[in-house]
Design a protein. Structure first.
Length: 503
């Protein structure tokens, strides 16, 4: 009797200790991690921290990420703030299954839909006067707003509140009237530029990557990390059209790295993060009813040699050039042949998503910044040999040019020289100028005007600016105050799939 009484007390104490450690770790998580990764670990500015999302990250590596930060992300180092035991406890915490399985069903998607205006309810005539093809949208990350900018006068036309933490490029309808935004927490917003109004919104997932709009302007495909799926919407109403669970033949599910529209192919192409496959999905008309049966039947899968965290396409959309963040090289996937046909020697962490192409000495070249090393790799696309590695003052994130510009611009996003932006002569592959427009503040991401005559650069600061340069003389012309402006998106360059910009 006595023995069993003590056993119960000991067990109770042990549970108490475990519960205490758990509560301590939960408070640590709340204090240091939740503002970026979400209170429930479902993601926010940072990715979701759940066992299924961490399948490619060993626990030893997770320890080092928390201690030392993570290259190419906003993840800071916690070594000076947390003890080794606290870091280890946090690692265990994020690899523990959550109390409630995160789910976002078809019904959740449909219930989230907000329709402010029915299709065709708003007039098809702009309520302001400007060249509608030379407008810019500037995403202001600092206070979650978007500014619509006149691309001739550089006067702001309108500023409106966005969803929390927009990420990736907003995508325009082919005529440039509507734009679709995706937020990291899954909200898709359709905005009518002519009428300066939000038309409709829908929450596609819990943790979203990006979206793509079909060339016929009829559908929008959304790539998610959580749930592991692709979600298709009718572009007019944001009505749900289909959900494609991302799963391979062996039953392994995967996050989607990103999805893009491939105009000449009339398909959407997605690369996967946890399964070595590329998915190609043909456009689908909105009158096809949603089926709950085998939804992946219409997907063409292409096996690849490695995961694809980062990728882009050649101008004809015949080739996909991609790389895994941990690999020592990239791979070239021939989309017609449906297989990997070449490899590219690209050490470090090439940021192929920011890759651009141009003609150099009668050759087509691709140039990509590197998220780990201060260099831009220039590659001959006929034989995939590296022609030149241009040394920069630190790892870069975004690279840009324009068909009509002799220059390509690349930022120095990370490290002590983050205030610098390099201008590269596309015909000599030499840096011709390094700009330092706001000492001490990150200068990053440029976008050209429709005719390529001006360049807009962001100063990523709460007290930030968009700076306008003459694209030929490289002289500064104007500064527009903005709240941590990140990406800028020109209607013409985006809708025409201009080679020097992201798609
Ligand atoms: Fe991005 C685009 C992935 C971190 C700002 N980023 C993209 C795209 C992908 C991507 C796949 C292309 C989507 C599109 O346009 O359709 N980004 C990733 C990452 O995997 C990474 C490294 C880690 C993560 O947190 O997800 C990452 N990105 C960041 C940032 O930390 C940045 C600098 C600040 C932020 O907003 O979170 C950032 N990413 C951007 C921007 C674009 C982008 C501004 C659009 C660029 C463009 O001109 O099209």
């Amino acid at each position: 009797m006595k023995k069993s009484f003590f056993a119960v007390v000991l067990l109770g104490l042990a549970f108490g200790v475990v519960a205490n450690v758990q509560t301590e770790t939960e408070s640590l998580y709340k204090e240091h991690c939740s503002s970026c990764h979400g209170v429930e670990r479902l993601g926010g500015m940072g990715p979701a921290l759940l066992p299924e999302n961490l399948s490619r990250l060993r626990k030893s590596k997770a320890l080092s990420v928390i201690a030392n930060g993570r290259a190419a992300t906003q993840m800071p180092a916690f070594e000076a703030v947390l003890s080794a035991e606290q870091i280890a406890a946090l690692v265990e915490h994020v690899y523990t299954k959550p109390k409630h399985k995160p789910e976002w069903s078809d019904q959740d998607i449909e219930a989230s839909q907000i329709v402010n205006f029915k299709p065709k309810e708003l007039p098809a005539k702009p309520v302001f006067d400007a060249d509608m093809m030379n407008l810019f949208l500037v995403v202001e990350l600092g206070d979650h707003h978007v500014t619509l900018l006149n691309g001739d006068t550089f006067e702001p036309i309108h500023r409106f509140k966005s969803r929390f933490a927009l990420h990736g490029g907003p995508k325009y309808s082919p005529d440039g009237r509507f734009v679709y935004f995706a937020s990291r927490d899954g909200w898709i917003t359709k905005y009518d530029i002519y009428n300066l109004k939000v038309v409709a919104e829908v929450r596609a997932g819990i943790n979203t990557r990006n979206l793509a709009v079909s060339s016929d302007g009829k559908s929008v495909m959304v790539a998610n990390y959580l749930p592991n799926n692709l979600v298709l919407f009718d572009a007019e109403s944001l009505d749900l059209m289909n959900v494609y669970p991302v799963i391979n033949a062996s039953g392994q599910t995967s996050r989607v790295s990103a999805v893009y529209n491939a105009p000449p192919r009339n398909t959407f192409i997605a690369a996967l993060k946890d399964v070595k496959e590329v998915w190609e999905i043909p456009y689908r008309s909105s009158d096809t009813t949603l089926t709950t049966g085998n939804r992946v039947a219409e997907v063409r899968t292409i096996e690849v040699n490695d995961y694809l965290d980062d990728f882009f396409f050649d101008p004809d959309y015949k080739l996909l050039i991609g790389a895994s963040r941990d690999a020592s090289g990239g791979q070239v996937v021939d989309l017609d042949q449906g297989k990997v046909t070449s490899s590219i020697p690209l050490p470090g962490m090439p940021h192929l998503g920011s890759g651009i192409t141009w003609e150099y000495q009668d050759k087509q070249v691709l140039a990509t910044p590197n998220l780990k090393e201060g260099k831009v790799s220039v590659i001959d696309m006929s034989n995939w040999e590296v022609i030149k590695e241009i040394q920069t003052e630190g790892p870069g994130f975004f690279m840009r040019s324009h068909e009509k510009s002799p220059y390509a611009w690349v930022d120095v996003f990370f490290g002590p020289n983050k205030e610098a932006v390099h201008v590269i002569d596309k015909s000599t592959l030499e840096i011709v100028k390094t700009l330092r427009p706001s000492p001490g503040k990150t200068a990053a991401h440029v976008e050209f005007t429709k005719d390529g005559s001006k360049v807009l650069l962001s100063i990523w600061d709460m007290d930030g600016e968009v700076i306008v340069y003459d694209a030929t003389t490289l002289k500064e012309e104007k500064r527009l105050p903005m709240v941590k402006p990140s990406g800028k998106y020109n209607v013409w360059n985006k809708t025409q799939y201009e080679r020097g910009t992201s798609h």
